[in-house]
Write a new protein. Structure first.
Length: 220
């Protein structure tokens, strides 16, 4: 019951209540992997990265086949720039045929390879993640769009940036800016101008808004 309560708290973004429930759960039984997996998520919400990583490791120690925790640990390590160790855990999660959220690990692995500029390895994982996860992996579309943009494949890049700025990714300002930048490079200046104005309206008083204002000055 406490684990379910903590999970609900995390879904609602209430990390403090989740930690309280998890502490009680741990006091009753400290051998349940899910407790430490949820600890990792709660600590992540509080930006306690070291504690989050330690908790994810504990979950895997208790259940070596815990692919959900491996994906989380891989993502945490990826965010810390620890690519080699992150790759290990993400590849293990991807290779688990019984892991029903393997598309998340594929997205993270694709992002890892993108950050290493290993685009040929990144592209298949990002594409698989988008095919299998749909809108739940829309962030993968942003990174795949960056690869297309780097290759001057503007139509594909534009499609991916459009996808990466909708649904659960609608607040990713980088995707909105990337879409505007792509339109500029395609010389679709009216559409680019409209996009930058939209960014100013959607994200006022942010870095994204300032960048959009700068682009507006530079559009012919």
């Amino acid at each position: 019951m406490l684990i379910s309560l903590a999970s609900a708290n995390i879904t609602e973004g209430d990390a403090t209540q989740a930690l309280q429930a998890l502490k009680e759960s741990e006091e009753i039984d400290n051998s349940i992997p899910e407790t430490y997996y949820l600890y990792a998520l709660a600590y992540h919400l509080k930006n306690e990265r070291t504690l989050a990583i330690q908790s994810a490791r504990k979950a895997i120690e208790l259940r070596p086949t815990y692919s959900k925790a491996k994906n989380t640990l891989g993502k945490l390590l990826l965010d810390q720039g620890q690519y080699s160790e992150a790759e290990k855990y993400l590849k293990e999660a991807v290779s688990d045929l019984l892991f029903d959220e393997a598309y998340l690990a594929k997205a993270n692995l694709g992002i890892l390879y993108y950050k290493q500029m290993r685009y040929d390895k990144a592209m298949p994982y990002l594409t698989q993640a988008l095919r299998e996860g749909g809108n739940t992996t829309c962030v993968a579309a942003y990174y795949r769009g960056q690869i297309y943009l780097d290759k001057n494949q503007y139509e594909y890049a534009l499609a991916d940036f459009t996808r990466a700025s909708k649904n659960s990714c609608a607040r990713i300002t980088e995707a909105h800016l990337a879409k505007g930048q792509t339109l500029i490079r395609m010389k679709k200046y009216d559409q680019a101008r409209a996009k930058m104005l939209e960014i100013e309206q959607l994200f006022p008083l942010t870095d994204a808004s300032e960048k959009a204002a700068q682009y507006l000055k530079e559009i012919p």
